[in-house]
Design a protein around this ligand. Structure first.
Ligand code: BGC
Length: 761
């Protein structure tokens, strides 16, 4: 369940409960001082040289600093730190210090700090931040400290133990030690005399366990034992490197030109740091900012949609674990549907420990100091993305057992929600989905239904009608569920029919709803984002940016007494997402079954219009446009792609990582490369590859798994080479355009893209 905790805060005179991912006690404090001077701080010394390097291959951060202090003493310092990938409860920090021109007493200070709060996001300042209570601090043995604490409401116990040692020429040194503690922190002091020219390593190894960890008797004992048994820094580092090298084996990627590679590798690295075999064992989803940032309180949204394909094709067990996080909360989603008057399962927009809706009632506008009603919880489209990921996972892995045991139940329940949420409009002779919010969070209601300024409740007037994206995804889910129900093994079908009480005529209703779902198509043949969007007032982007720079549009307008819902301005890509998920041909087929005809031209026009009015205020927006345009306008796609690739590497306000990284956008760049530029998709059990390489990519080579077979794909403008990497593997079907071939173990299939012929070697 992650390490979440709920706290009550008083907002606008009312008590509101909020669940947050808890910032855990700090194991990092480690400093030194020379001959009784002041403790080392980078701000108090003269920097002669500074280098910082994040080694992606081995996941280690290294800083090299050469400094002169106020006594003209020069010291060279190398700091290395990593979180062990081989022993995931261990964290390692090393300071290597060279006394260049001084000798004398070196004192080291190492602490465990439990005074940590959740206070890294400015707009959450009014919320209660104290999630932890310290239970115990003490010294253990010669060189270690421990700190135990627990979360206040969820009662997760957290045990942190830290061992600090000094080494010289690979020998541990005998030391003077002292300890100092208060209620919430504990500090150990070590000291020794050193000679000029000596190189000393200060090593801190910390272990963190919680009462949620598996295969332990209790977390305190586990943490103590872990640091007691841990080897030294260099041994731990060796094992950590081996574990990372193994992970990278599954993520092989090469491109020409190579200038794109560092970005792809950075994005893979961030995903692997957050989601790996180690999280597979836990009951966790994927928070938008990973586990490092406090943004969005660590809630689980739909961002996994962008990360999921990367995982499913490389780490299927990990992808499966993400779906099981949802399955465990299926009952909560059923309850939400029931309480809202619907059938099936209504998954929450923001989920955390129990699967209840965690979207806060209000959000704080930093510009006006007002609390604004937050209606984004009406993004019921999240259910369709869970269904999409289930289908994607099963297509890639062929894990029929998962489908029968877990996937089918979720898929059917999500489809039943859509069938009951859709209402029949007899004057149109069509089904409609009313009162929802689409991916564009700037439009949560119609201008005529703006809430009273002092409103702090969820009112029925919120939401917009017939959001194109939502309606298509609902129709798609209903179609998938219908097919699945028909093709499930008979025994399982009967079981689910009985367990879920599926009526005899329900599948017919699913079919009827999806085939008659309304779509707001405008006179020029384009898709309207939602019904009524085109009638909203125009918004002058240029003028806004001139006046307000990168400020949030919704907040600026509210601060001026206006409201963003009045304007034709979208926070992020909305309808275009359909072309991120489906190829133009697939999308045309889906809407055709709904009774509409959409030409490629209509699709192009729809996206172009949307780009014109979208502010790209969400990090997910540009990558959606990059994917949507890949097969329609390669140049425009590449431009969006390059901008998205730069995410978290720029100090710009809308693009920095001060509140957490943007994991969804990072997964998205890998998704666009795989799904759009290389055109990898699974069609009727065949591994299809229909590339649309943009100008910036001449050639790409990557490895992935399909139905348990390791495949290497090499794509250039003229040739597609698919190689089954192992001598023993199933024969699979691979295809390009209308050609389908068998790829046997150890064999290679080549498609010539220009000449349109193919051969097998
Ligand atoms: C976006 C959502 C996204 C969330 C977390 C919001 O700003 O509008 O689509 O899921 O951020 O990344």
């Amino acid at each position: 369940m992650g390490c979440y905790n709920r706290l009550i805060s008083t907002i606008e005179g009312k008590e509101v409960e909020n669940e947050s991912l808890v910032n855990l006690p700090n194991w990092l404090p480690l400093s030194f001082r020379i001959r009784g001077g002041s403790w080392f701080s980078i701000d108090n010394v003269e920097i002669l040289r500074y280098e910082q390097e994040l080694n992606l291959k081995h996941a280690v951060l290294e800083r090299r600093i050469h400094f002169r202090d106020s006594e003209s003493r020069q010291t060279k310092l190398v700091e290395r730190r990593f979180i062990s990938m081989s022993q995931p409860n261990l964290m390692c920090l090393q300071l290597e210090l060279e006394a260049c021109n001084w000798s004398g007493l070196l004192e080291v200070r190492s602490a465990l700090d439990g005074r940590v709060q959740n206070n890294n996001v400015e707009r959450y300042a009014p919320f209660n931040k104290q999630h932890l209570k310290t239970l115990l601090v003490q010294r253990i043995g010669e060189d270690s400290l421990e700190l135990n604490c627990c979360t206040l409401q969820s009662r997760v116990e957290i045990a942190l133990a830290g061992r600090t040692r000094l080494r010289q020429s690979n020998r541990s040194l005998p030391l003077q030690r002292e300890t100092d503690a208060d209620e919430n922190s504990i500090t150990g002091y070590l000291s020794m005399e050193i000679e000029s020219g000596a190189v000393i390593q200060i090593e801190k190894i910390a272990a963190l366990f919680t009462s949620q960890d598996k295969a332990i008797a209790n977390c305190r004992e586990a943490a103590r034992k872990a640091i007691d048994e841990a080897g030294d820094f260099s041994n731990l580092y060796k094992n950590h490197c081996k574990a990372w090298e193994q992970l990278w084996e599954y993520c092989k990627l090469d491109t020409n030109p190579a200038e794109q590679l560092p970005y792809f590798r950075l994005h893979m690295f961030q995903i692997l740091q957050n989601i790996s075999r180690h999280t597979t064992e836990l009951d966790v989803g994927i928070p938008p900012s990973g586990w490092q940032g406090e943004e969005y309180h660590g809630h689980i949204f739909w961002d996994e949609l962008f990360i999921f394909p990367f995982l499913a094709y490389r780490f299927p067990t990990t992808a499966r674990a993400m779906l099981l996080y949802r399955y465990r909360r299926l009952d909560a989603a059923r309850k939400m549907a029931r309480e809202a008057g619907y059938k099936g399962a209504m998954f929450p927009w923001r989920s955390a420990s129990t699967g209840r809706e965690e979207t806060p009632l209000l959000q704080y506008n930093l510009y006006s100091g007002h609390w604004m009603q937050d209606d984004t919880y009406l993004q019921h489209h999240i259910g369709a993305i869970i269904a999409y990921s289930i289908a994607n996972y099963v297509e890639v892995t062929n894990d029929q057992l998962f489908l029968a045991e877990y996937g089918a139940e979720m898929m059917l329940e999500i489809a039943r929600f859509w069938a009951s949420k859709a209402s029949y409009n007899s004057s149109r002779g069509r089904y409609e989905i009313l009162g929802v919010v689409g991916p564009d969070e700037h439009h949560t209601r119609y201008p005529s239904a703006l809430p009273a300024t002092d409103s702090v409740s969820r009112d029925k007037s919120a939401g917009i009608n017939n959001n194109t994206y939502t309606n298509v995804m609902a129709a798609w889910t209903l179609c998938q569920a219908g097919r699945l129900y028909e093709h499930l093994p008979e025994k399982r079908r009967q079981e689910l029919t009985r367990l879920l009480d599926i009526g005899e005529h329900e599948p017919d209703l699913w079919d009827k709803v999806r085939k008659n779902m309304h779509l707001p198509v405008l006179e020029d043949g384009t898709l309207e984002q939602f019904e009524g969007f085109s009638q909203l007032s125009s918004f002058d982007h240029q003028q806004f940016r001139q006046h307000y720079g990168n400020k949030r549009i919704d907040w600026v307008l509210e601060a001026k007494g206006d409201a963003v819902v009045r304007y034709k301005v979208a926070k992020q890509a909305d309808t275009s997402l359909l072309l991120y998920l489906f190829s133009p041909a697939e999308l045309s087929e889906i809407v055709q079954e709904m009774g509409y005809t959409l030409s490629t031209d209509d699709l192009k026009k729809t996206i172009k219009q949307q780009i014109g009015y979208t502010a790209n205020e969400s990090s997910l927006s540009r990558i959606v446009f990059a994917g949507a345009l890949a097969h329609l306008d390669s140049e425009a796609s590449w431009k969006f792609f390059k901008e998205a690739q730069y995410i978290d590497l720029s100090p710009k306000e809308d693009n920095d990582s001060s509140e957490g990284i943007h994991l969804g956008a990072m997964g998205g760049t890998l998704g666009v490369l795989q799904h759009h530029y290389l055109g990898i998709e699974i069609t009727s059990g065949t591994f299809m590859i229909n590339p649309a390489l943009p100008k910036g990519l001449e050639w790409v080579k990557l490895s992935l798994q399909f139905h348990g077979v390791n495949i290497e794909c090499e794509v250039s403008r003229s040739r597609l080479t698919l190689r089954s990497r192992e001598e023993e593997a199933e024969t699979i079907k691979v295809g390009h355009k209308n050609h389908v071939k068998e790829l046997a173990a150890g064999a290679t299939v080549i498609f010539h893209t220009q000449e349109e012929n193919n051969e097998q070697r």
